[in-house]
Design a protein around this ligand. Structure first.
Ligand SMILES: [Mn+2]
Length: 314
């Protein structure tokens, strides 16, 4: 059942013991949203399978308590946060669950008791709306976590819209947190050498596919696919796809520049479409998305990503 902010809050009041669960490789939007909900409504933050670098920095700096690999059956309700597919939860067994999400496609809501789904730029913005409805104070650490979620999910505001800025301004106003504090927190994330090597390899292996004046770039590395795809768009790609393969699972991260999005590229839809061709799962945002295929051939999937994207750019 679909609910709005007030419905979401009211339904949560029926449960005592709630787990706010983040997708695997949790990002600041997932962690910040789960943490703020847990603080304001009571409950625990769960991490299904690790965090990305920036989210780890957030957890350390704000001293956020998170349970690694929790068992949903230990809770009355699991609230799946910032997650659009069950695959992003590594197929974990969910008992009774609710969903709060902002991705353009959200398959996981189908099995939920209730869900709050808005296609805004971050889950953090929806969470802030819930706090407003509750007339709950926005505590300092929650405010920092929500702002971090907005900054990272909008790609440093590259994919932001007026509402992202408006919500950011409101959070700053009601919490007293300074924007620069959060920027400093995010900038303190260490860049480790294995990541820098991986990114340089992605650049070295880049293949350029030209269609008209559009450049679609593909590459492969062993990890940091999302970061690498972002870097490729910074150095000239309009759309980039980076494939990684681990434990028999082929994973593609895609990124698109604003001009490609304006020309009709929606990576969330494209990667969902391609994932279906290979019996996998995929989705995300216009400008940043991913897919997963068990036992898939990375090169074949990358080719399909380029083909489908090319048809959108005709
Ligand atoms: Mn998000």
């Amino acid at each position: 059942m679909e609910v709005d902010e007030s419905g979401f809050y009211n339904r949560l009041l029926d449960y005592n013991n709630i787990l706010f669960l983040c997708h695997r490789n949790a990002d600041p939007d997932a962690v910040g949203s789960a943490y703020t909900l847990a603080q304001s409504l009571g409950g625990a933050v769960g991490i299904v399978d690790g965090c990305n670098r920036v989210a780890n920095t957030l957890i350390k700096t704000l001293e956020i308590e998170a349970i690694e690999k929790p068992n949903p059956s230990d809770y009355d309700l699991t609230v799946v946060v910032d997650t659009s597919t069950l695959a992003q939860l590594n197929g974990i067994e969910l008992a009774e669950y609710a969903v709060i999400d902002h991705h353009s496609t959200c398959a996981i809501k189908d099995g939920a008791e209730f869900y709050l789904h808005r296609t805004v730029s971050s889950t953090a913005e929806i969470v802030f709306d819930i706090l407003k409805f509750m007339e709950a104070p926005v505590m300092r650490k929650s405010a920092m976590a929500l702002i971090a979620g907005i900054i990272t999910d909008t790609g440093n505001f590259k994919y932001a819209n007026p509402d992202s800025f408006r919500t950011l301004a409101e959070i700053i106003e009601v919490s007293g947190v300074e924007y620069g504090e959060v920027v400093d927190l995010l900038a303190s994330t260490p860049q480790d050498i294995s990541m820098r090597i991986a990114l340089l390899k992605a650049a070295e292996r880049a293949k350029v596919h030209r269609t008209g004046n559009w450049l679609i770039v593909t590459s492969t590395i062993s990890s940091f696919g999302g970061t690498a795809a972002g870097i490729l768009t910074h150095v000239g790609a309009d759309v980039s796809f980076v494939g990684t393969e681990k434990d028999g699972i082929a994973r593609i991260s895609g990124r698109a520049r604003r001009n490609a999005i304006d020309a009709g590229v929606n990576l969330g839809q494209i990667l969902e479409e391609v994932s279906k061709l290979f019996h996998g799962t995929g989705g995300g945002h216009d400008g940043a998305a991913g897919l997963d295929v068990e036992g898939g051939d990375v090169q074949e999937i990358l080719k399909s990503c380029v083909d489908v994207t090319t048809t959108k750019l005709q």
